[in-house]
Design a protein around this ligand. Structure first.
Ligand SMILES: Nc1ncnc2c1ncn2[C@@H]1O[C@H](COP(=O)(O)OP(=O)(O)OP(=O)(O)O)[C@@H](O)[C@H]1O
Ligand SMILES: [Mg+2]
Length: 294
């Protein structure tokens, strides 16, 4: 497999705050890569660097075979980025905005019209096509935003929190679209706060914390790194009060049980680790992996 995105040694400082302190990442062509991390970890900054909007202080980046510094136009021509929304016109209709984008992307009049109609249909925006954008709901705007991204048929797509604030049905639609794009051979780098979605849709997951990548791998690899079983303590009302990852051995389980010596009531169960556990284990310092629920 060839890589669609390669970044080596990315650094970015704002004032005296080091946001990215040497980030390496590789995204294989035709895969979904999910970037996770707590608020302010630098996910959006990373996406903005990879998509030429922000210049890194150091590091090299290649996107779709184009060098970020040597050939930024080549990178821009090959990518799509959501969140360009501020640049579109709220007084124009959805269709007009898409047409505008088709012109910016140098599609001919005919090809442009065809692409716009296709995207309006695909994103369930046919009915709203002739209405001004400022009347759209959040979910409709998000769908139009993604449609705008796809006008130029990009090979690499950056989605910064594409499903935040969407209702479950719109979220589902968004993930179906991601899967279709993938089937078309597109490469996707996305950020998300919804770990179960990353688990479902991503081939590889990377966790950004304290300016560095603190974990990277397939969802299954990352989960197995946290441990094999998680001891869950339920209070008398059935609510989860504590979760302790174990290594799956009898000794590990005994140690976890010793950890709950103070628990006098309620029930105990064991479950497989989730990506939430990975996130907490990797982004909590020091390695305090036990999660208290209050
Ligand atoms: N233009 C800027 N000027 C100064 N500081 C900035 C700028 N852009 C981002 N930062 C800072 O860089 C850090 C990382 O921000 P970034 O938006 O990349 O985080 P994020 O991981 O996307 O967070 P979130 O989950 O909240 O979206 C934050 O501390 C932020 O305040
Ligand atoms: Mg962000």
């Amino acid at each position: 497999m060839s890589s669609a995105i390669t970044a080596v040694g990315l650094r970015k400082t704002y004032g005296d705050r080091t946001v990215l302190d040497g980030i390496d990442l590789t995204v294989e062509a035709g895969t979904v890569f999910a970037l996770l991390g707590p608020n302010g970890a630098g996910k959006t900054t990373t996406v903005h660097i990879l998509s030429t909007l922000v210049a890194p202080d150091a590091g090299t980046v290649t996107v779709a075979g184009h060098d970020l510094v040597g050939d930024p136009d080549g990178v821009r021509a090959a990518i799509g980025l959501t969140g360009q929304f501020a640049a579109v016109d709220g007084l124009l209709t959805g269709e007009e905005n898409l047409r505008l984008m088709a012109r910016l992307r140098h599609l001919g009049a005919r090809a442009g019209r065809r692409r716009v109609d296709e995207l309006l249909a695909r994103f369930d925006l046919v009915e709203a096509a002739r209405k001004p954008l400022h009347t759209y709901s959040g979910g409709m705007k998000r769908r139009l935003d993604l449609a705008m991204t796809l006008v130029g048929s990009p090979k690499v797509i950056f989605l910064d929190e594409p499903t935040t604030g969407l209702d479950p049905r719109s979220r589902q639609t968004m993930w179906e679209i991601v899967r279709e794009l993938l089937a078309d051979g597109v490469t996707i780098l996305l950020t998300t706060q919804y770990l179960e979605e990353a688990d479902r849709v991503a081939d590889r997951v990377a966790v950004l914390h304290g300016g560095r990548m603190v974990g990277e791998g397939s969802p299954a690899e990352l989960k197995s790194r946290v441990g094999t079983e998680v001891l869950v303590v339920h209070g008398p009302d059935g609510k989860v009060v504590r979760e302790i990852p174990t290594d799956g051995t009898a000794d590990g389980l005994r140690r976890a049980l010793a950890d709950i010596d103070d628990v006098r009531s309620g029930n105990v169960s064991v479950r497989a680790p989730s990506l939430d556990d990975v996130f907490f284990a990797l982004t909590t310092t020091p390695a305090a992996s036990t999660r208290e629920h209050r």
